[in-house]
Design a protein around this ligand. Structure first.
Ligand code: DQA
Length: 145
């Protein structure tokens, strides 16, 4: 089983960026955590971070062309703006879990809107880095069903 983990804009600044919201661990630590969990689950994982919306679309399409089984997607700010990401997830039909480190429901009103949500099989938010591991557990359970 092959999973793609996509992180959007400003998530490369984890650890620096609003630590009271996103915690003090950096992006490399997040990747290490995800890779360790994947290894324990016997899953192959690739992690990509980009600040560019079009690159996220390209990566979602790559998941289709390269036969990935699932996507863990934190589109960051593009969650609240991007029809292109919604269309991409809809187009490929690969089970995708939307993850947010913070609890977007209890922040600014504009964060309550998620364009990608209805194209995703599940949303996990407000569980910090753990949310990515929960998403992996969910996807491995779904695909192995
Ligand atoms: C985020 C929440 C978004 O609202 C925000 O724009 C981000 C990160 C999260 O992981 O909590 O950049 O997706």
């Amino acid at each position: 089983m092959k999973l793609l983990v996509l992180n959007g804009p400003n998530l490369n600044l984890l650890g620096v960026r609003e630590p009271s919201v996103y915690g003090t661990q950096n992006y490399e630590e997040l990747v290490r955590l995800i890779e360790a969990h994947a290894e324990a689950c016997g899953v192959s994982v690739q992690c990509v971070q980009t600040n560019h919306e079009g690159v996220l679309v390209d990566e979602i399409q790559r998941a289709y062309f390269e036969g990935f089984d699932g996507i863990i997607l934190n589109p960051a700010a593009y969650t609240h703006t991007s029809v292109a990401l919604y269309d991409a997830v809809k187009a490929i039909g690969i089970p995708t879990v939307e993850v947010h480190i913070s609890d977007t429901e209890n922040r600014e009103a504009f964060r309550k809107i998620s364009f990608v949500r209805s194209a995703c099989v599940k949303t996990i938010q407000g569980h910090g880095f753990q949310g990515y591991l929960e998403a992996m557990d969910y996807l491995t359970g779904e695909v192995r069903k």
